[in-house]
Design a protein. Structure first.
Lengths: 638, 345
C-alpha cells in the first residue's frame, strides 16, 4: 500500500516536472521576448537622440520600430558562401532532408503511442488492452533510438548552415533570436519528457498511475508539436516573410515573424504528413519483421502491428490532400507568381510526379486491405467485386496524373495539332484532378468499409435497409464528385475553386457517415469466422513497404518543391541568393537526389531497427498465439 | 442475369471487332466520333463499356465451358488497353502519356489478378507450368523464352541506345509564371491586382457579374446569349468593347489564332508548335486576364527564362497596339470562347 502511494506521489511529481519543463522555455524566454522588442529600440533611441526609425511590415502593412539589421546583400565568395569542392546546396539539402525524416518520425510516433495507449486503457478486454499497451511500447522503443539520431542530424544541419551559408544563417538567427532559445529549451523538455515516459512505462502500468503515464504522452506531444510549429515558422518566413520591412529589418514583433501567411497551412500539412509518414515507417518495420518471422506467433504479432500502423497512417493520409489543397490556395493568395511556378510553370512536372506518388499511396492501401480480407472467413463475398474497384481506382488515377503540359517530340506535337490534346488536355486541369483524387479516396473508404465487415453479418433488424442505404450513398457520392468535376468546366474559375468544398465534403461524408453507420450495423454482428492474424500473403507486406517508400519519396519531393519555389531567394523578395547555385535543378537531378535521400534514410532506419531489436529478449508465450482466431501475444519484455 | 451477361458479351465482341478494325486500319478511328465538349467523359465511358463487355464475355464463355484462363484475361486486357490508346484515340496521344497510362493499367491488372490468393494462384499457374516444364510443350516454351527474352531485352536496349535523327523531346512550360508586374507603354501594371478596364456595365462601372452574364454559351456550337449581340450598335459598355476587341482581333490575331480562336488560323501550321488554342480549357480559362495582357503585350520574345525554349513567334503586341486595344482583344477572347477569366475573390 505504502509502495503504491509512493509510486503515486512519484508519478504525480514526474507529471508536474513535465509540465514545468513545458512551461520552462516560455518563462525563461519572457525576458528575452521583452528585450527583443524593446531593448535594441531603446539603444537606438539613446544613440540617435529622440529619432526613432520606423519601417513598414511587408506583409501585415503595419508600422514598427526598426530593431534589426537589413538583410545582407551577399556576394559570391568565401565570406558569404564558403565551400568545399562540392555544391553547398546539395550538402545542405541532404542534411536538412535527413533531419526532417527523423524529426517527422520521432514527432509522429509519440502521437501514435498516445492513441494506442489510450485505446489500451479504455479497452475492457484485458488481453486486448495488454496487446495495445505492448504495441504502444514497441512504437516508442523504435522512436527512442531515432530520437538521438534526430538530434545528431539537427546538429549536423546547424553546422552545415554555419559553415556553408554563414551570412544567411546569421540573418535568420538574428530575426528569430527571441525564440531561438525557446526552441532549444523545448528540445530539452521533449527529451526529458520522452525519457521519463519511456522508462516509467513499467512502473506506471496500472490504475491511476497508468492515467498519469497517459497524461505524460499528451504533454510529450504538446511539446513536440510546439517544437515543430517553431521550426515551421522559419520556413514559413523564408517563403512568405512578415514582421520585417522591405530591406528585411526586423520590426520588433516576433509574432508577426512567426505567424506568416503560410505558417498555419504548413503546420496542419506537416502534422498530417508526419503522422502518415510515421505510420508508414512503422508499418514497413512490421512488414519487414513479418517477412523475417520464423514462427506463427511472430507473424501474427507483426501482421497485427502492421495493420494498426497502416490504419493510423492512412487515417491521416486521407485528409492530407485537402490540407495540401489549403496550403496551395494560401500560396496562390500570397503570390500568384509562386502558385503558377508550382502548379503550372517551372515545377509543374514535379507536381505530376507528386500526383503519381499520392496515387501509389492510395493504391497500395487498397491493395493491402484486399489482401487483408484473405485472412478472414466470409470476406470472399466482397473479393469478387474487387475488379470493379480496381477499374474505378485506375480511372481516377489516370485522370489525376495526366499532365497539363505533355512531354512530346516535335513530331508528336505536330501530329496532335497543338500543345493541348482535345481529350486528355481536359484531364490536365484542376477540375478533373479534384474529381480524380476524390474518387480514389472514396474508393479507399469503400475498401475500408468492406474490410471492417469482411467476416461479419449484421444482425440488426434494419440490416437490409442499411446495406441498400450505404450502396445508394456511395453511388450518389461518386455521381456528385464526377458531376462537379465536369461542371467545373462551365463556371468561372473562382467558383470552380470553391467546388472543391462540396467534393471534399462528399468524400468526408462517406468517411464519417459510412464508418459510423457500418459500426452501428456491425455491433453484435454474427461472426463468420475469426481474423486469422498472420495468415496474410507476403504481397500485402510488400504493399506496406511500398506505402512507406512512397511516403518517404513524396516527403522528399514535396520538401524540394516547397523549397525551390523561392527560386533565387533565400528569403522571398527580401534576401537574394547570390551563390552560384541559385538556379533550379533539372527534374532528373532532383529525382536522383530525392532517391538518394530516401535510400540513405532507409538504410539508417534499418540500422535503428536493428539496434532496437538488440534490446528485445524473447519470452515464452503464454498461449498458442497465431493459431487461427487467437490473439497475437506480446513477444518481448519491456 | 444470364440475359444481361449475354448482352454484355455482345457489347464486348462488337467492341473488340471495332478495335480490331481500327488496328488493322479497316475502320477509321473517327468511325465513332469523339463529340466535342464531351470527349473526356466519352473516353471513360467507352472504356467502362468495354469492361462491362469483357465481364459479360468472360461469364458467357465460362457458362459455355470455354473459360479463358485468368492469365490470358489479365494479359489480354492490358494489351487491349494499349491498343485502345494507340488506335482508338485521336488525335494521337504522345508516347509519354501512353507510357504513363500503360504503366497504370499494368499495375491495375496486377492488382486485379492478385487481389485474392485464389486469383493469384490461377494467374501464375501457366507461368509456373512453363517454369516447371513437366510436359513437352512447356519444355519447348521454356527454351523459347530462354532464347527470346534476352533477344527481346537486347532489342529494346539497342533501340533505346541507338542515336536517333528525330528532334529531341522538349519539356516546355506552356504557362510560365508571370512577373509580379509588367510595364507597358510606360505604365506599370501589377498582375495580381490589375483589372480589365473595359469589363464594365452600360453605366461604365467595373462589373464582373454583368460581363459573365453576357458571354457566349459554352459547349457545342458556342451560341450568343439572347440580347447579347456585340454587333448590335445599341449595346454599350462590355458588349461594345467586345465588338471593338473583335475588330482588332480579326485585323491582327486571327491569321494565326483562327476565326474560331482554336489556334488553327491561316498561318497556324507554318509554326511548330501551332498557336495557342483559346477554346481549350487548359489555356485562357485557367488564367487571370492580366496574365493574357502580359503575354499579348510582350509576345514570344518576352517569355521569361522558364519559358525555354521560347517556342513562340508571337510578336510583342505593345509595339503595334495601344494598351486599350490589348485589353479589348483580351475581353473579346474570353467572350468568344465562353470562358471566365480566373479571379481570386
Amino acid at each position: 500500500m505504502g509502495l503504491l502511494a509512493g509510486k503515486r506521489v512519484f508519478s504525480i511529481m514526474a507529471l508536474c516536472m513535465m509540465v514545468g519543463l513545458l512551461l520552462l522555455p516560455i518563462v525563461v524566454a519572457l525576458p528575452s521576448l521583452a528585450i527583443g522588442e524593446e531593448a535594441p529600440a531603446g539603444d537606438a533611441a539613446k544613440k540617435d537622440g529622440d529619432k526613432v526609425e520606423k519601417g513598414r511590415d511587408v506583409y501585415y502593412k503595419t508600422e514598427g520600430i526598426v530593431v534589426g539589421a537589413p538583410a545582407p546583400k551577399t556576394v559570391d565568395g568565401p565570406r558569404d558562401y564558403p565551400r568545399y569542392n562540392f555544391e553547398s546546396r546539395v550538402l545542405l539539402w541532404f542534411a536538412n532532408q535527413q533531419h526532417l525524416y527523423y524529426g517527422s518520425f520521432v514527432l509522429a510516433v509519440p502521437i501514435f503511442c498516445m492513441i494506442i495507449e489510450f485505446m489500451g486503457v479504455v479497452t475492457k478486454d484485458k488481453a486486448l488492452a495488454k496487446r495495445y499497451d505492448q504495441l504502444a511500447y514497441d512504437f516508442i522503443k523504435i522512436s527512442l533510438t531515432a530520437y538521438s539520431l534526430t538530434a545528431i542530424l539537427g546538429g549536423i544541419l546547424i553546422f552545415t548552415f554555419l559553415t556553408l551559408y554563414p551570412a544567411f544563417f546569421s540573418y535568420l538567427s538574428g530575426i528569430f533570436r527571441p525564440v531561438m532559445h525557446i526552441y532549444a529549451l523545448m528540445f530539452v523538455a521533449e527529451s526529458g519528457t520522452l525519457y521519463i515516459y519511456y522508462y516509467g512505462w513499467d512502473k506506471m502500468k496500472e490504475g491511476f498511475l497508468k492515467w498519469i503515464h497517459l497524461s505524460m504522452s499528451v504533454i510529450l506531444n504538446i511539446i513536440g508539436t510546439l517544437l515543430m510549429f517553431l521550426a515551421n515558422s522559419w520556413i514559413g518566413f523564408m517563403m512568405s516573410p512578415a514582421g520585417v520591412d522591405e530591406q528585411g529589418r526586423y520590426l520588433g514583433n516576433i509574432w508577426h515573424v512567426i505567424h506568416t501567411a503560410l505558417w498555419n497551412p504548413l503546420n496542419l500539412h506537416r502534422i498530417l504528413g508526419n503522422m502518415a509518414f510515421g505510420g508508414g515507417v512503422v508499418a514497413a518495420y512490421a512488414a519487414y519483421k513479418f517477412l523475417a518471422s520464423k514462427t506463427d506467433e511472430d507473424r501474427a504479432h507483426y501482421d497485427w502491428m502492421g495493420y494498426i500502423a497502416m490504419a493510423l497512417g492512412v487515417a491521416f493520409l486521407i485528409p492530407l490532400p485537402f490540407a495540401g489543397y489549403w496550403l496551395m490556395r494560401e500560396v496562390y493568395a500570397y503570390r500568384q507568381q509562386m502558385g503558377i511556378t508550382l502548379m503550372g510553370g517551372l515545377l509543374a512536372w514535379l507536381f505530376i510526379i507528386q500526383a503519381t506518388m499520392i496515387g501509389i499511396l492510395f493504391l497500395s492501401t487498397n491493395y493491402y486491405l484486399w489482401q487483408a480480407m484473405g485472412r478472414m472467413r466470409g470476406a470472399e463475398k466482397y473479393q469478387r467485386y474487387i475488379k470493379y474497384l480496381v477499374f474505378i481506382l485506375a480511372c481516377g488515377y489516370m485522370v489525376f496524373i495526366t499532365p497539363h503540359t505533355m512531354v512530346m517530340t516535335p513530331a508528336e506535337l505536330k501530329a496532335m495539332g497543338g500543345q493541348q490534346h482535345p481529350v486528355l488536355g481536359n484531364y490536365g486541369v484542376m477540375s478533373a484532378k479534384n474529381g480524380g483524387i476524390n474518387v480514389i479516396i472514396t474508393t479507399t473508404v469503400l475498401s475500408f468499409v468492406w474490410y471492417m465487415r469482411g467476416n461479419k453479418v449484421s444482425t440488426v433488424s434494419w440490416a437490409k435497409f442499411g446495406n441498400i442505404f450505404m450502396g445508394i450513398f456511395f453511388a450518389c457520392a461518386y455521381f456528385n464528385i464526377i458531376f462537379l468535376a465536369v461542371y467545373g468546366y462551365y463556371i468561372p474559375a473562382n467558383v470552380r475553386v470553391g467546388l472543391s468544398v462540396p467534393q471534399v465534403a462528399t468524400t468526408l461524408s462517406c468517411l464519417f457517415f459510412m464508418f459510423a453507420l457500418n459500426s452501428v450495423m456491425m455491433k453484435g454482428a454474427k461472426q463468420l469466422g475469426p481474423i486469422e492474424w498472420g495468415k496474410i500473403s507476403a504481397r500485402s507486406q510488400y504493399a506496406l513497404i511500398m506505402l512507406a517508400t512512397a511516403f518517404t519519396w513524396m516527403m522528399g519531393l514535396m520538401g524540394y518543391i516547397r523549397s525551390s519555389v523561392r527560386l533565387f531567394w533565400h528569403v522571398n523578395e527580401i534576401m537574394r541568393d547570390n551563390s552560384p547555385w541559385a538556379y533550379t535543378h533539372t527534374v532528373g537531378f532532383a529525382a536522383n537526389m530525392i532517391s538518394f535521400n530516401v535510400l540513405f534514410f532507409w538504410i539508417t532506419i534499418l540500422f535503428v531497427f536493428w539496434l532496437g531489436s538488440l534490446g528485445a529478449k524473447k519470452v515464452p508465450v503464454e498461449s498458442k498465439a497465431g493459431i487461427p482466431g487467437s490473439i497475437p501475444q506480446p513477444i518481448a519484455s519491456h | 442475369m444470364k440475359a444481361l451477361m449475354s448482352l454484355g458479351a455482345l457489347i464486348g465482341v462488337a467492341g473488340l471487332l471495332l478495335l480490331g478494325g481500327m488496328v488493322l486500319d479497316v475502320v477509321p478511328s473517327t468511325y465513332i466520333r469523339l463529340v466535342e465538349g464531351y470527349m473526356p467523359i466519352q473516353m471513360l465511358l467507352e472504356v467502362a463499356c468495354y469492361v462491362i463487355g469483357f465481364t459479360g464475355l468472360s461469364y458467357t464463355l465460362n457458362a459455355m465451358g470455354m473459360a479463358i484462363p485468368r492469365f490470358w484475361q489479365g494479359i489480354g486486357f492490358w494489351v487491349f488497353f494499349l491498343l485502345y490508346l494507340k488506335y482508338r484515340m485521336y488525335p494521337p496521344i504522345p508516347f509519354s502519356v501512353r507510357a504513363m497510362y500503360g504503366t497504370v493499367s499494368l499495375v491495375a491488372v496486377f492488382m486485379w489478378v492478385s487481389a485474392s490468393e485464389e486469383d493469384w494462384q490461377k494467374f501464375k499457374q501457366p507461368i509456373m507450368n512453363v517454369l516447371d516444364a513437366q510436359t513437352g510443350g512447356n519444355r519447348l516454351l521454356r527454351y523459347l523464352y530462354l532464347v527470346l527474352l534476352p533477344i527481346l531485352i537486347g532489342g529494346f536496349s539497342f533501340n533505346a541506345m541507338m542515336p536517333k535523327s528525330e528532334e529531341p523531346i522538349e519539356l516546355r512550360t506552356v504557362h510560365p509564371a508571370p512577373p509580379a508586374s509588367t510595364k507597358v507603354h510606360g505604365k506599370t501594371y501589377t498582375l495580381q491586382t490589375s483589372q480589365n478596364p473595359y469589363r464594365v456595365n452600360p453605366e461604365g462601372k467595373y462589373d464582373q457579374e454583368f460581363s459573365n452574364a453576357n458571354i457566349v454559351e459554352q459547349g457545342m456550337g458556342r451560341l450568343m446569349k439572347p440580347n447579347a449581340n456585340p454587333w448590335d450598335d445599341k449595346n454599350q459598355g462590355y458588349l461594345k468593347y467586345v465588338r471593338e476587341g473583335g475588330e482588332i482581333f480579326y485585323q491582327n490575331c486571327h491569321f494565326c489564332h483562327g476565326d474560331n480562336l482554336n489556334g488553327r488560323g491561316l498561318h497556324a501550321f507554318a509554326f511548330n508548335p501551332i498557336p495557342a488554342n483559346f477554346t481549350d480549357p487548359g489555356t485562357i480559362a485557367q488564367l487571370q486576364e492580366t496574365f493574357i495582357f502580359w503575354r499579348v503585350s510582350k509576345g514570344g520574345i518576352g517569355l521569361p527564362n522558364e519559358g525555354f525554349p521560347w517556342a513562340s513567334v508571337m510578336p510583342p503586341w505593345e509595339q503595334h497596339l495601344t494598351v486599350d486595344e490589348i485589353w479589348k482583344v483580351v475581353l473579346f477572347e474570353y467572350w468568344h470562347t465562353g470562358y471566365y477569366p480566373r479571379t481570386w475573390d
